[in-house]
Design a binder for this molecule. Structure first.
Ligand code: UGA
Length: 440
């Protein structure tokens, strides 16, 4: 079985590396030459725990980089399309990259007798596979689906920071196709790889696409829900959102995951997918009242931080503010749609002097703000002389901070959006998101 992977981001590179380590011949391609250069040297072009190790074992051996979609179409049985579908300013997704890839696959299909199965893993709005991808492939190849190639929608559910664990142990596999024959081939592949215990949902292309959007939107809804409750707890002396979340999470109808309140969700998926679904609903003549509220609640969280800073510091002109954590979540260097970045943008407008620290995401942040803000390798240096610190990303190293680490601050105001500081807060002004002030 030969596997082709088109698009070597989090999903594609992790998938390709794992499959190659399991003994499959994998051929990968990506248009970004800088990325290819780094991958060839056995390193991932982004931070993902353990990915370097498995990539190094496979690259140049079972995992090759052909550089040409044509080679993949000619030689591979299964072709996974894992290119990005980024957000446009109007909230819709940009399909240019995936349609461009499909044009190239179609052109290559025209020149080969190989009948590959093309598997769309990229997140695409419901209807895209049938209405756009299929049509592009058929037009460019002059071949019909089911004859010259097979076409399947197979959304991915892995999380950044846990990409390997999630690829090795997915909780579900969704296979969508309007033709059952195609489904059987991929189902067999996955069953062989993962064993028979994994739930495999067989459906049509459009429902498979909808499952992905429903999944991410539901996760976003859970987060906004608990953030809403957290904000209420914070106004209620003696209450703590974590106790509320643990208790309601025991109810199997609710479940304990994704109830960790904080500054709001970020990243390249949840905000993008939520907005795309809202926009898509509108285009279909349906108003997504709930999803709009989820989005609004998420935006409110950064405003809440700004309001708190304003309450304690007043005018921010030339005031030193420290931000601990820049990536959208821990164990990642990704700053896309990170709430920390939105916060910094707002603080810059208010002429604050911004001091930032993050174990992995400094370089990506420098690409956005350059010399407009100050970067530190050590938390103590970032805190020195600061008038307020906001803990944004719950990196493990921040959980180890002690009262003494904050003593060199000018004003010891700590806004802990994830409630990770567990030490006694005497002589500090501590505001934990979702924690109502102690009852005296
Ligand atoms: C998300 C989904 O969880 C994956 O299943 C999906 O495959 C992926 O999007 C995608 O569509 O590609 P990811 O963006 O990597 O994965 O990150 P999450 O772990 O979902 O976290 C998203 C954001 O929500 C982060 O900012 C995180 O800090 C926040 N979050 C998460 C909370 O604020 N509270 C929680 O309880 C959980």
């Amino acid at each position: 079985m030969k596997i082709g992977v088109i698009g070597l981001g989090f999903v594609g590179l992790t998938f390709a590396s794992i499959m190659a380590n399991k003994g499959f011949d994998v051929n990968g391609v990506d248009t970004d030459n800088r990325k290819i250069h780094i991958i060839k040297s056995g390193r991932a072009p982004f931070y993902e725990p353990e990915l370097d190790t498995i990539l190094k074992k496979a690259i140049g051996k079972k995992f090759t980089l052909s550089g040409k979609i044509e080679d993949i179409v000619k030689n591979c049985n299964l072709i996974f399309v894992t290119v990005g579908t980024p957000m446009m300013t109007n909230g819709s997704i940009d399909l240019r990259m995936i349609l461009n890839v499909c044009e190239k696959i179609g052109e290559a299909l025209l020149k080969t007798k190989n009948i590959p199965t093309i598997i769309i893993k990229s997140t695409v709005i419901p209807g895209t596979t049938v209405n756009q991808i299929k049509k592009t492939l058929e037009k460019k190849s002059s071949k019909n689906t089911g004859k010259g190639f097979e076409l399947i929608t197979n959304p991915e559910f892995l999380r950044e920071g846990k990409a390997i664990e999630d690829t090795l142990h997915p909780h579900i596999i969704v296979i969508g196709s309007d033709d059952n024959k195609k489904i059987n081939q991929l189902t067999k592949f996955y069953k062989k790889f993962y064993g028979s215990k994994i739930p495999i949902i067989l459906t049509n292309n459009t429902t498979a696409e909808m499952i992905k959007y429903a999944n991410n939107s539901f996760l976003a809804t859970k987060i906004s829900f608990i953030n809403n409750i957290a904000n209420l707890c914070q106004s209620l002396p003696g209450t703590n959102v974590d106790d509320v979340a643990s208790a309601i999470g025991i109810d199997p109808r609710i479940g304990k995951q994704f109830l960790n309140a904080g500054p709001g969700f970020g990243g390249s998926c949840l905000p993008k997918d939520l907005q795309a679904l809202i926009k898509f609903s509108k285009n279909r003549g349906e108003e997504s009242i709930l999803l709009k509220a989820v989005h609004q609640t998420n935006n409110y969280q950064v405003k809440k931080i700004l309001k708190l800073i304003d309450k304690y510091l007043g005018s921010l002109k030339n005031k030193k503010i420290t931000i601990l954590g820049l990536s959208f979540k821990e164990e990642s260097d990704d700053v896309r749609e990170s709430v920390s970045i939105k916060l910094i943008e707002n603080l810059i407008k208010k002429h604050a002097i911004i001091r930032v620290h993050d174990p992995k995401a400094i370089n990506n942040t420098k690409n956005i703000f350059g010399s407009k803000i100050n970067y530190f390798n050590k938390t103590d240096d970032a805190l020195n002389g600061s008038q307020c610190v906001i803990l944004m990303t719950p990196w493990k190293e921040y959980t180890k901070l002690k009262n003494s680490n904050f003593q060199k601050m000018k004003n010891k105001i700590i806004i802990d959006t994830k409630r990770i500081l567990k030490f006694k807060k005497n002589n500090l002004t501590y505001i934990g998101f979702g924690i109502g002030k102690e009852i005296s």
